[in-house]
Design a binder for this molecule. Structure first.
Ligand SMILES: [Zn+2]
Length: 439
């Protein structure tokens, strides 16, 4: 049993100061203004901290199978719980690609035989091998419980094929998530935004319209179906506007943004360091501000890490061939809070904007993914205790050398960031206590 004292509960049901008692089976059994001490049960005092539903990452590159040197199940899930996550969606762009019942079965077996520290939700590719030519077997995959389909890393270019994918998604009640990028716009380009910075550096960059054009096309197709469509890592002002309009028009669309697109803009690339390269590229300051606004007004539903571990030798390549992407599980909360709460004053347990960050990292992704026991929201009596305890006011410099991820590709190393994940509770057990993994 565990008693959490004096926490400020932030779970979408109104902000309130409560004590929480969790029983042996990991279920919240009491949520009251004050619970008196009970003999022989562990107590943690979280006065001045926020108690929220644990985080759910909709976008993790697990690198399993095929690239276990960059990350494996144990290292990724350890990084996840240290970052406040108890659930993550594993992207299917592995080697081999997760695109069939047998590949899903193999990954499930690997997860069962691993020392995973959090739940892993398996996703499937939309097309075989993510080649954009032939659709996977939506029926068989959905029957074995796969509810999330994406060719992440590639967009599905062919409109007819994508239309057919949405028809099947409607038939089997699954979500299609798109990496928004037309292949033709990326060829021979650097992972930099096409704009002032790219022309200053003499680099040909990736245009914003590469993302926006695919998003507009997808929304037009999705409008013909009763289907859930999810826009991954949106990065431009116009993408946010398109999503806003689509939602108003009643299209069942949700969207995510990464922490790095919330905090950094294209000027980061001027450092000429390969850790500035990511896809979609860091955009303009105006885009960055529009993404933050999208989180604050709810147009963008989720913050998802796009955790993309790479070994140093893969990252340290000439810029044109460097592997794009950052690790993000252990820095996501701090980076997002720093971006959204830039102007909030210090000292408040719940600074202005923090509620939106928490919602976008916990309640919203749980709802989008229909995670049982979590999608209903709140930390009410009777719910499984999947909880994160957050300090919104701590400020420190990020130290990537302390990360549990096997990779170190982050542009945030050494950066002063706000916020801290203090405790992570999974199924009622403290898996991270005072920032330290519990065995
Ligand atoms: Zn992607």
């Amino acid at each position: 049993m565990l008693l959490i004292r004096n926490g400020t509960v932030l779970d979408g049901e109104g902000i309130r100061k409560k004590d929480i008692l969790i029983d042996e089976s990991g279920v919240i059994v009491r949520l009251e203004d004050s619970i008196s001490s009970i003999e022989n049960i562990e107590e943690i005092d979280v006065d001045k901290f926020v108690v929220a539903p644990s985080f759910v990452d909709m976008h993790t590159h697990l690198r399993v199978p095929g690239n276990e040197e960059a990350e494996d199940i144990e290292s990724a899930t350890t990084a996840a719980v240290l970052g406040g996550f108890t659930h993550l969606v594993a992207m299917p762009n592995t080697d081999p690609v997760i695109d069939s019942v047998s590949k899903v079965f193999d990954l499930k077996r690997r997860i069962q035989n691993s020392n995973a520290k959090c739940e892993i939700i398996i996703s499937s590719a939309i097309t075989c091998g993510r080649m954009g030519k032939e659709l996977v077997d939506f029926r068989d995959l959905s029957q074995m419980g796969i509810m999330y389909f994406t060719d992440d890393g590639n967009g599905v270019d062919d409109p007819e094929l994508f239309d057919f994918a949405l028809a099947l998604a409607q038939e089997y009640g699954v979500t299609v998530a798109q990496h928004l990028e037309f292949k033709e716009f990326r060829e021979n380009k650097y992972f930099v935004n096409e704009g002032e910075v790219s022309s200053y550096l003499g680099m040909s960059g990736i245009k914003a319209v590469s993302e926006e054009a695919m998003l507009a096309r997808d929304l037009a197709i999705a409008a013909h179906y009763n289907v859930h469509y999810h826009a991954m890592h949106v990065s431009t002002r116009r993408s946010v506007e398109l999503i806003r309009i689509a939602k108003q028009a009643g299209i069942n669309v949700t969207a995510e943004v990464t922490p790095h697109h919330l905090l950094l803009d294209e000027r980061e690339v001027l450092k000429l360091d390969s850790t500035s390269f990511v896809n979609p590229p860091l955009r303009t300051e105006e885009d960055c501000l529009a993404l933050r606004k999208g989180i604050l007004d709810g147009t963008i539903d989720a913050i998802a890490t796009d955790h993309a571990p790479h070994l140093n030798e893969v990252k340290d390549q000439p810029f044109i061939s460097t592997a794009p992407g950052f690790i993000g599980l252990e820095s996501a909360f701090r980076v997002s809070l720093s971006a959204i709460c830039k102007t909030s004053k210090f000292g408040d347990v719940v600074p202005q904007g923090a509620e939106s960050v928490v919602k976008a990292m916990s309640l919203n992704p749980a709802k989008i993914l229909k995670i049982s026991g979590k999608s209903e929201g709140g930390l009410g009596v009777g719910s499984v205790a999947e909880i994160v305890v957050l300090d919104m006011n701590s400020v420190s410099n990020l130290d990537a050398s302390s990360f549990s991820s096997k990779s170190r590709n982050t542009p945030f190393d050494g950066m002063e960031l706000r916020g801290k994940v203090v405790h992570t509770i999974r199924k009622g057990k403290l898996v991270v206590k005072n920032g330290i993994l519990q065995s």
